[in-house]
Design a protein around this ligand. Structure first.
Ligand code: HAM
Length: 451
């Protein structure tokens, strides 16, 4: 039955050879976030449906068309998170994290679920790295978040990604803008899709990000929010631009960015690439000054972003960005006979305790088959222990790269492995012991920061 051996549409398996790339992206993002003072937060994969209906907005495409919602066995309506911000804010409110020192800075790596039409860069289960800066109203916070995204892209050595910014105002200027939109869209009412006709009175801004090509085309002639900003929102936007200029972050103002989620106010931004097809937005974010209050907390102005890991990976692969070398085996210790196999197991465990990647035979294979396996897994060194090696306490260690061999005392094997050049890859023995990911190529981050 194909259903047993085929993943559901819109999901993606990450195979071992791909996962090193994922880890590289995730670790880099989390490390940069840490430099900016962010701490990791984790929250549930599913929430009460009401949280998203309210938080994300019940006239958005995400809530109206894309949520994975079901009744659990207790008849509660549950939804798999379509995005991270609402659940993250629920967590902060529930645990009183907003009652202490502000701003609170949290970052997360999560899977998200949206029932969308799958295509390159658009999945039904996808992954985000997100960050939320909660409790800061100043444009300084907006600039800081944008700088953080830029820094992550710089560290990943991604080029050709454009920042587009906009302001979608506050409820005060939005009210006037909505009136102008209603007037405009009423004159095209007959041509709008059914969903958008329903949105016309309640939330006309949502028509601007409808995926229907006809609604999209009509939206191109609609009034733009930037012409309706109140003085405070205009000043906020101007200061953000000034700050971005001053830290040297290039951007374009794109007045058509409205974002697909209802909670945004004032600043919105997207990092876009033309190298990954039609789903070019790699990262999106903005300010959401009213969300926490809407969910029952105190008014807490906030800003955040999320980047899609699959889109980021696609972009890096399409543009030939280098990834760290895949982690392989440092030494394979083969054996002949049970006694030698037990000794090999002891040796690999001692090596692992010192931070080396060591493997031994677990299948009772012939020596020839063991050597073939050592080669296949990319072992840098290999040796075979038999009765005579055990008796003499020495073993021939083969450098799998150049084929040369050297005789080594068994009780000096760890020092040998370290000195056989692997130390150069890993840095000091201390860092080998303390840092499980030290084989990643050094990044551009200041040298004192040890990945
Ligand atoms: P979003 O724009 O809906 O914003 O999603 C953020 C990013 O997730 C997108 O830019 C894209 O890279 C990725 N993404 C979205 N949908 C899919 C999909 N179906 N397949 C693959 N990747 C996708 C949010 O989710 C907000 N919570 C961001 C935010 C945080 N705003 C403030 N704080």
């Amino acid at each position: 039955m194909a259903i047993l051996t085929k993943a559901p549409r819109g999901t993606q398996d990450v195979l071992p050879e791909q996962s090193a790339k994922w880890q590289h992206i995730e670790k880099t993002a989390m490390k940069v976030a840490e430099l900016f003072g962010f701490k990791e937060i984790r929250f549930p994969t599913f929430e009460h449906t009401e949280l998203f209906a309210r938080g994300v907005g019940d006239s958005t495409d995400v809530v109206q068309k894309e949520m994975y919602t079901f009744l659990d066995k207790g008849e509660r309506s549950i939804t798999l998170r379509p995005e991270g911000t609402a659940g993250c804010m629920r967590t902060l409110i529930e645990h009183g994290l907003l009652n202490g020192a502000l701003p609170v800075k949290v970052s997360y790596l999560t899977s998200c679920f949206r029932y969308e039409k799958p295509q390159a860069g658009r999945l039904r289960e996808f992954h985000q790295f997100g960050a939320e800066l909660v409790g800061a109203a100043s444009p300084a916070a907006d600039a800081e978040m944008i700088a953080m995204v830029s820094q992550i892209f710089d560290q990943l050595q991604i080029e050709g990604i454009e920042l587009e910014i906009n302001s979608i105002g506050c409820p005060e200027c939005r009210a006037k803008y909505n009136e102008a939109l209603k007037e405009y869209f009423h004159s095209h009412e007959e041509e709008l899709c059914e969903t958008c006709r329903g949105r016309l009175e309640r939330n006309p801004m949502r028509i601007l990000d409808c995926k229907s090509p006809i609604c999209h085309k009509i939206g191109e002639g609609a009034p733009v929010i930037l012409d309706y900003l109140c003085d405070d929102c205009q000043a906020h936007f101007d200061e953000l631009k000034e700050r971005l200029d001053s830290i040297g972050i290039e951007y374009t103002v794109n007045p058509t960015i409205v974002r697909g989620l209802d909670y945004y106010t004032r600043t919105v931004f997207e990092f876009v690439s033309t190298n990954i097809g039609s789903q070019g937005t790699v990262c999106g974010g903005g300010r959401y000054d009213g969300l926490i209050e809407l969910l029952g907390g105190a008014k807490t102005p906030s800003i955040g972003f999320a980047m899609g890991i699959e889109r980021l990976l696609l972009l890096m692969e399409n543009t030939g960005v280098a990834f760290p070398e895949e982690s392989t085996c440092d030494i394979y210790i083969g054996s002949m006979g049970t006694k030698a196999s037990i000794e090999a197991a002891n040796l690999v465990n001692s090596l692992r305790a010192e931070g080396f990647k060591a493997e031994c035979d677990l299948c009772g294979r012939s020596v020839k088959a063991q050597m073939k396996y050592a080669d296949k897994i990319g072992a840098k060194l290999s040796c075979i222990i038999g009765d005579s090696e055990l008796e003499e306490g020495k073993v021939k260690v083969k450098n799998m790269g150049d084929g040369t061999s050297e005789e080594v005392e068994l009780d000096e094997l760890i020092e040998y492995v370290y000195e056989a050049g692997l130390g150069e890859i890993y840095g000091t023995l201390d860092s080998v012991l303390n840092d499980g990911i030290s084989n990643l190529k050094p990044l551009n981050i200041p040298p004192e920061i040890n990945f």
